[in-house]
Ligand binder design. Structure first.
Ligand SMILES: *Cc1c(COP(=O)(O)O)cnc(C)c1O
Length: 437
């Protein structure tokens, strides 16, 4: 299968090239040239299948031409070595808990898959043993998922760029204490600055001549596409529990929109989802697009759902592309909501009191939007993208009680923080990258 750039100004490439380069030379995002449809029969016994088995069918449908089935099976199995349970919350509303992986956030899925796929390609092609350098900008959870997903993977170095003072101490400890092949850059600036620095690095000629650079942000197809797996698994779990599958609505807490874009592709592949909800915090660029048809990127605003503080969502072009730029088609399949910090806090507090379910700030945005949008006769799923303990301070303040820290998370805080401090300037980043070679 070939991958094309959403900007259509650079040549189509193989999966390997798309994964290795991340961004296309014309700065567009890679997309599969076809979205194959999975035969309907698959859905007849999906309720009997395990997560890795479902994921393998989906992965094989998309990547089968490019990766032999043994390797792909192993990559999928290795990636998904934790559960992604669907739980009932209230009435016709269910939560898909995506936080049972090593860093307690959904990004573990994409990051672990990408690390294994990249290692596979690297081993196969790059016989001179050249190091592949993974560059990733993070507003919190990406850095930890990518750093942990790639930790000690041979032939790969990871550079995490994060905005100084804008990620929680627990998040920070998950990518600054690992050492080994992981380097953390503490950038004096915002997440958007970090993202812009990474993008500049990918188009800098000198840098690209001297080192192999790739991105592990959701612009990379190997991170973005595996996120489809759990939409299918959520559906399977509804089926297993004998729930109505007629009108399934999925609410996705969105920042860069990689997660939602993967859901849209799952729908294209035949997963019977009626519609999606794009749930945003105060960063409402996509919400406004749904309302007006106009897309105006803005500087990001800091909120308590900080992994969604994105003012220029990098996967927006993929969504346009999936729908052939039709605003009408997009608004048919996607409803949008936006909530400020106060509404998020109120949702966490009220839901905890009335149901006993503790939301994290990101899941809270999705839950609130689902409650608002879901119609009688529909079945709603919202994605819990991180464990509430990752945002311990804000969540404890909101509920006026203690949040216990899972031992996996507590482990990270024990390590020693190591960072390289840089200003938000490309020349500084470039110098650092060339020096670490
Ligand atoms: C990254 C992240 C999001 C946003 O996901 P996108 O794919 O960027 O839209 C939501 N919640 C959490 C906890 C995250 O880490």
């Amino acid at each position: 299968m070939q991958y094309y750039s959403t900007n259509h100004q650079s040549p189509d490439v193989s999966l390997q090239e798309a994964v290795t380069h991340g961004l296309a030379p014309d700065r567009g995002l890679y997309m599969p040239e076809r979205i194959p449809v999975i035969p309907k029969a698959f859905f007849n016994n999906i309720s009997e299948m395990s997560l890795p088995d479902i994921a393998y069918v989906v992965a094989n449908t998309l990547f089968g031409e490019d990766i032999d089935s043994e390797t792909l099976k192993n990559i999928v199995k290795d990636t998904l070595n934790f559960n992604i349970p669907l739980k009932h919350v209230t009435e016709n509303r269910y939560v898909l808990e995506l936080f049972h992986g090593p860093t307690l956030a959904f990004k573990d899925v994409g990051a672990r898959f990408m690390a294994r796929l990249l290692a596979h390609f690297n081993q196969k092609q790059n016989s001179e043993g050249k190091v592949v350098n993974v560059l990733v900008a993070t507003s919190g959870d990406t850095g930890s998922a990518v750093a942990n997903g790639f930790l000690n993977v041979p032939g790969i170095r990871v550079f995490v760029l994060y905005p100084k003072g804008k990620v929680s101490p627990i998040q920070e400890s998950q990518f600054t204490t690992l050492g080994g092949n992981i380097t953390a850059f503490e950038v004096k600036g915002t997440f958007d600055d970090c993202q812009a620095l990474v993008k500049s690095a990918f188009i800098d000629e000198e840098l690209n001549e001297k080192m192999i650079l790739t991105s592990a942000n959701s612009i990379n197809v190997a991170r973005f596409l595996p996120q489809m797996f759990y939409y299918f698994y959520a559906y399977a779990q509804l089926a297993k529990n004998g729930k109505s599958l007629k009108h399934v609505v999925v609410s996705v807490p969105s920042g860069n929109f990689g997660n939602l874009a993967a859901g849209l592709i799952a729908k294209r592949m035949g997963l019977p989802i009626e519609r999606f909800i794009a749930a945003n915090n105060a960063n409402d660029v996509f919400f406004k697009y749904l309302q007006t048809g106009e897309y105006n990127p803005q500087p990001s605003i800091a909120t308590i759902a900080n992994a969604m503080d994105v003012g220029a969502p990098s996967n927006f072009d993929r969504i346009l592309d999936i729908y052939g730029n039709s605003h009408e088609a997009i608004t048919t399949d996607i409803h949008g909501y936006t909530y400020d910090d106060e509404a998020i806090a109120r949702t966490i507090r009220d839901t905890y009191r009335s149901t006993g379910y503790l939301l994290d700030p990101h899941g809270a945005v999705a839950y609130r939007a689902l409650v608002k949008d879901l119609q009688p006769g529909e079945t709603g799923i919202f994605l819990e993208t991180a464990h509430p303990a990752k945002f311990k301070d804000s969540v404890e303040e909101i509920i006026g009680g203690k949040v216990s820290i899972p031992s996996k998370l507590a482990q990270f805080a024990k390590g020693e923080k190591q960072t390289v401090k840089i200003p938000a300037s490309f020349s500084s980043l470039k110098k650092q990258l060339l020096n670490t070679k």
